[in-house]
Write a protein of this length. Structure first.
Length: 233
């Protein structure tokens, strides 16, 4: 039997393709997508689906969730720092910050990182693995569930180099921006990169209007070369 897949790893378009492949009505994809981002934890709660479809989904998919392993809250500014446990036992950090314009979450995109910036603790163990788009969605959802509020701003600035995990990050951006799901505006999302130039150029060709931040960390090339090996590439 095939291994069950995390349904949060599917964009709305992926779900539509699945419906077409299985000769099921395509509009069901949007209904399922809406339920997932209403944060149901079982397919049985998707009350507008037929029993047959619920049973099919239950056989093929699961609704992935991350567990809050550690939560630290700053007494000064209420910043909340989370350590989330993923299904395979790996853990990633994300941070929720409060600003006058709303709450901003800083999410991780990889378990570890291979960019090797000299000042960064995340690089010490190298790259363990890429995160999936569904796991990035669950960073948003686990924190939102914890505070009981919608989060309106995202920065991809946690552990990992987002453009080293390009395809999953693009899937995440499309899913989190979808109006039938969490509906976070593209202008409210910032991707921070250490400077993977080919991927920056590829990103410029995507139909996405998210903000891009490039971490320089130095005002001249020789200094940047010593701090960030990516600068020599
Ligand atoms: S790219 Fe980011 S996470 Fe990776 S080593 Fe550099 S600063 Fe750390």
């Amino acid at each position: 039997m095939e291994k069950k897949k995390n349904i949060k790893d599917f964009t709305l378009e992926d779900l539509e393709k699945y419906m077409v492949q299985k000769k099921l009505p395509k509009f069901r994809a949007a209904q399922i997508f809406e339920w997932i981002y209403k944060d149901v934890d079982s397919f049985d709660q998707m009350t507008n689906l037929s029993k047959d479809l619920i049973s099919k989904l239950t056989q093929e998919f699961y609704i992935g969730r991350a567990e809050i392993e550690v939560l630290l809250v700053s007494k000064e500014d209420k910043t909340r720092k989370y350590l989330l446990k993923l299904e395979d036992g790996n853990a990633v950090e994300c941070v929720l910050m409060e600003y006058s314009y709303g709450k901003t979450i800083c999410i991780s995109t990889q378990v570890g990182c291979r960019m090797n910036c000299s000042f960064c603790a995340s690089a010490l163990g190298g790259l363990t693995r890429h995160m999936t788009s569904g796991e990035m969605m669950e960073e948003m959802m686990a924190v939102s569930r914890d505070i009981g509020e919608r989060i309106s701003n995202i920065v991809l600035m946690g552990t990992g180099e987002p453009f080293d995990n390009y395809e999953e990050v693009i899937k995440f951006l499309r899913t989190v921006n979808n109006q039938k799901g969490m509906n976070v505006g593209q202008r409210h999302i910032t991707i921070s990169t250490s400077g993977l130039v080919p991927k920056i150029l590829e990103f410029a060709e995507e139909d996405l209007q998210c903000n891009l931040a490039i971490s320089l960390h130095a005002a001249d090339n020789p200094t940047r070369n010593t701090l960030m090996p990516i600068n020599k590439k």
